[in-house]
Every structure is written in C-alpha cells, then in structure tokens.
Design a protein around this ligand. Structure first.
Ligand code: VG1
Ligand code: CO
Length: 548
C-alpha cells in the first residue's frame, strides 16, 4: 500500500463546539480542510498497535466523500482496521454501540445532527473514545491546538471501498469491515426492553406515528418498530433517508417537526382520531420528541418520567444508580431522584460531560432539555431508545401519554419550562447581550422583578467529580428565591452567526394551574428576561426563531 505525506497549512477555525466541529459543507470542501482536522485527531491520540476505528455518519451530503478519505487516512496512521456501517451510515447512538460492542479504539462520527444538510448547508465531525462517548474537553482542546500548527497529513493510496456490501476487504495488513449496524442496534434494544409487551400494546389498537425527518433513523425505525414490534408500515413517516434530509431541518421540535405535529394535533372535533403516540428523531438519531394526542411532552419532563418509571423496563428493574441532567434542563428529574433517594448530578450542556459519571457507575439515566435522553447502554443520547422507554412504560401502565404526564405532575408538581432560541444573530450583538447581563451581576441579588426576587446569579462552572477537570463559562444563571430561574447561553453547534438561548423555568406545585400553556404560565418571566438582557434592543429581533 502506497502512503503519502501531504504538506498542508493550518486553518485557525477548527475549534470543536458542544458536539464536534460543525461548519458549512463549503468550508469542509476547501482543499485539506477535513484532512487537517482528521490528522489533528489522530495526532492527539496514542494509537495502539492493533487499533480498530469505528466510522460512520448520518448520511448527509458529503458523508460518502468524507468516509472514503478517513478510511485512507486511518490506514496511513496506523489503524489496522476500520469498521463502517453499511453505506457509510451509522446513527450516533448506533456508532456508540459499535465502539463498545466491537471494543474498538474509538470512532469518528460524521454529523451535524439537527442542522440542515446539502451542498449549501452543514457538515460535522467528532471523535468518540473507547467508552463510546464524545471525547472530553481535554481531548477536543488538544485536537484544536494541533489543528493550529499542523503542517502535514498522511494518507494511503488505494481505490474507494465499496461500502454497500456487508463483509471485509483486506488491503496489505489493513482491512475495512462493513457491518449491518441496524441489526446490531436492534438486538441491543431487544435486550433492554420488553418487546413482547410492547408488541401486544401495538396489536391492541394503540396507534403510533414515528417521523424520521428523512434522516438516519429511518432504517432503524423500520427494523425495530415494524419488523420486530409489528407496528403497521403506515406508522412510519419520512423514513426514506436522503442526502439533504428532504430539504428539511431535522430537529424534532414543535417548529421543525410540523408534519408530525399536524398529525397528532387534529382539529378539535377529530382529536380522537389522532394516533395515541407520536415521536420524531433528529438528523443523527440521538434526539427525540414525544407527543400524545394533541399533547407535547417537554423533554425535561420526559427525562423525569422515564426516571420515575424506569423499574418497569427490564434493563432498569434493579433501579437506577443515579441520574444526571445538563444545567439548563429543568429540575423535574431532581424531584424524582430525591424521592428515589439516588444522586442527581448537574453538568454543563453536551453529552460529553455524562461519560465519566456513567463509566464510574454513578448514573444510569441522563438527559438534556434539548430533546436528548439516554442511559448507560451507550455513551450518547439515544432517540429510539427514548421512544421505546415510553412505549414500554405505557404498555405496562396502560395509560395515555397525557394521563401519564399529568399524573406525574400531580405527584411531583410541575416544573413549567420553555426555551426561546434566537438563531443566527450577529455574533457581536449576541456577545453584547451576554456582557450586558453579566455587567449587572453585582446588583441583581435581592432585586425584585414583579413576582420574582433574585437570590443569586452566576456564570455556571463545573468540576467533574471523577477526574476533577473544570469547565467554566457554561451559561449565565439568574436564580430566584422561589426556585424559578432564567438561564442565558450561547449555542455551540450553530454555523451561522450566534444563537442565543433563553431557558425559563418555574415550579408550580398547585394542580389547579397544571393545565396552563407554558408560554402563558411563564409570560412574566419571559418579559423579565427580555428586560434584563436588552435582547430586542441589541439584536433588533422581536420574536424568538424557535420556542420549545
Ligand atoms: C445543542 C443542545 C445540547 C446538545 C447539543 C448536541 O447544543 O443545546 O443540549 O447536547 O446541541 O446535540 P448548543 O450548544 O447548540 O446549545 V446534537 O443532537 O446536535 O448532537
Ligand atoms: Co443529534
């Protein structure tokens, strides 16, 4: 096999964000851009002599080109084998499972997740370690440092590998194994959940609709929901994968998954004809949205409800070691943890912060307000896993989504929650907003805004309880005396300008108010957030881009 060393010049913008490096496809298409980043990953690692790399992506535009290139670079950088999903495709949770199941050295996942795909849209790449989870900050920072000084990269010279056929190709002491990752992942799900009880539920007239948003989970949903659990094929929508994700925005929320939302929210007189259960997943299959008949489950509540009912699921029948949530995620799961008498950890945003806690057996379940829930079965959040959690719980409790949520609120109180996103605003304006809020830190405590009086405020920082690493600047919090809070944070996954997120949470113990729409219940707090941030003045934006 002929190896080449190619001279290159560093790009200075290859800083990984919340979940890897995400840029416009056109940025990745610049000569040497992807090669530089991949070489920086490899140069950061101490690659073992017999190392195997897991490789796959969400199937978006540029996936195929990138996969072939990374295979050739892996060969030149000392890997003895690459395991690839068929067609070069792996959902993010499936990739995490492949790394763990085949005990590979690590993995490269190609995805820009919930961002749109296509020649003028987004692409992304991230490295996951041997535990199956996203590389921790100390590794992503080292990769970034390498990328700023890189002068050459190594690549082997051979023809592109046919990734459509399952099997192994040998090349001079290096091999590429194409696997059926869908069946591996489905087998894992069958071990965790009570498939026969879920099957009975689906045969008893309970109807569901799953929307893959033209993205990676289509084949996984077909195999699990239809082939193994017996749901009718018509239960699936948008399950044909396309390189542009059907031109859509594969983010499972009330705004972007409107096709599914329309099915679940029938006009008043037809509500009963809507499916009993609706779910959607994102571009790379790690997010989920759960709906009932004309009913939306807030992701933070979903995490709390799964935690409260986990013992109904075979994999968790022995109970949970602990739970974890990202800081902006509501405290609903904290209340469950308290009742179960198990620890609850609060981490910065991004799945990479859960890995150490799971590896140390401190937590079994974790989740984020951004439609991400998961457990220690892999080291990524997992969209279809969350869907199966809900189906398993409902199959045993024989109740509706809405009734399950309302019973949970009645027992624990309701953490009313909403997130307002202002997408693609000028970076300077976003920085001004954050600076303006922080400039008031000294005067906020004890200030009274309407019904709310401020207790404390800070910029969230986290010390990892396992390895002691410290992450600062993880979001500005204004904590009120009544337990309500407002959090402001800049997104680390966008590729255009800045995205400012405002997270709003208020605890409502009174069942008489549980029916209120979150926007109504939080109206006063929303106004306070706008007043203290001067967001409208700084950005000239009247309304959020997305409300969840
Ligand atoms: C967002 C979410 C965060 C999530 C991340 C990756 O990050 O808020 O909770 O972990 O996306 O999800 P940010 O920095 O834009 O707020 V995924 O499904 O894009 O891999
Ligand atoms: Co995702």
């Amino acid at each position: 096999m002929r190896m080449q060393t190619i001279q290159t010049q560093a790009f200075l913008d290859q800083k990984p964000g919340t979940s890897g490096l995400r840029k416009k496809v056109k940025v990745f298409q610049q000569p040497h851009y992807l090669e530089n980043f991949v070489q920086s990953i490899f140069d950061t690692l101490t690659i073992a002599a017999d190392a195997t790399l897991t490789l796959g992506g969400d199937g978006r535009f540029y996936n195929k080109t990138a996969i072939q290139l990374i295979i050739k670079m892996a060969a030149a950088n000392g890997f003895v084998k690459v395991i690839v999903g068929q067609g070069g495709i792996l959902s993010t949770p499936a990739a995490s499972h492949v790394i763990r199941h085949y005990q590979t050295f690590g993995g490269i996942i190609l995805s820009a997740s919930h961002n749109p795909a296509g020649p003028t849209e987004d692409f992304g790449i991230k490295y996951n370690t041997a535990n199956g989870g996203p590389a921790p900050e100390k590794i992503t920072e080292a990769i970034f440092a390498k990328s700023k000084t890189i002068t050459q990269y190594k690549i082997a010279d051979f023809d592109d590998i046919d990734l459509n056929v399952i099997g192994e190709t040998q090349l001079d002491g290096f091999s590429v194994q194409v696997i059926n990752a869908v069946s591996d992942y489905a087998d894992l799900m069958a071990q965790l959940f009570d498939f026969s009880t879920i099957k009975s539920l689906l045969q008893s007239g309970f109807s569901l609709k799953f929307d893959a948003m033209h993205a990676v989970t289509g084949p996984y949903a077909k195999e699990i929901l239809v082939n193994r659990l017996g749901a009718p094929a018509a239960s699936l929508m948008n399950c044909e994968v396309s390189e542009t994700f059907g031109g859509g925005h594969p983010d499972p929320n009330l705004t972007y998954a409107h096709e599914l939302v329309d099915v679940l929210y029938q006009p008043d007189n037809k509500t009963q004809s809507a499916p009993d259960f609706g779910a959607a997943s994102d571009g790379d299959g790690d997010r989920n949205m759960i709906l009932g008949k004309a009913f939306f489950v807030t992701p933070s509540d979903s995490l709390a409800i799964i935690a409260a009912n986990a013992q109904l699921i075979p994999a968790y029948k022995q109970g949970l070691a602990g739970v974890a949530r990202s800081m902006p995620t509501s405290g609903a799961v904290d209340r469950v943890a308290e009742k179960l008498n198990i620890p609850c950890y609060e981490t910065p945003t991004g799945w990479k912060f859960f890995g150490n806690l799971m590896d140390a057996h401190k937590v079994t379940l974790c989740g984020e307000e951004s439609f991400g829930t998961g457990s220690n079965h892999v080291r990524e959040k997992d969209g279809l896993w969350a869907v199966l959690c809900w189906l398993n719980i409902i199959a045993i409790k024989k109740t509706s989504v809405e009734a399950l949520v309302k019973a949970h609120w009645a027992e624990y109180g309701r953490n009313v929650y909403s997130r307002h996103d202002y997408e693609a605003i000028p970076t300077d304006a976003a920085n001004d907003v954050m600076a303006h809020i922080k400039s008031q830190f000294l005067t906020f405590p004890e200030q009274v805004f309407g019904r709310y009086s401020v207790n404390t405020c800070d910029d969230f920082s986290y010390t990892d309880p396992i390895d002691g690493s410290i992450s600062t600047g993880q979001g500005v919090r204004i904590l009120f005396k009544c337990g309500s809070r407002i959090v402001f944070r800049l997104s680390g996954t966008g590729t255009e300008g800045a995205t400012l997120r405002i997270y709003l949470e208020a605890y409502e113990p009174d069942i008489a108010n549980h029916h209120l729409d979150a926007q109504v219940a939080l109206a006063e707090m929303i106004q306070i957030a706008l007043d203290i941030s001067q967001l409208k003045q700084c950005t000239s934006r009247e309304l959020p881009t997305v409300i969840t």
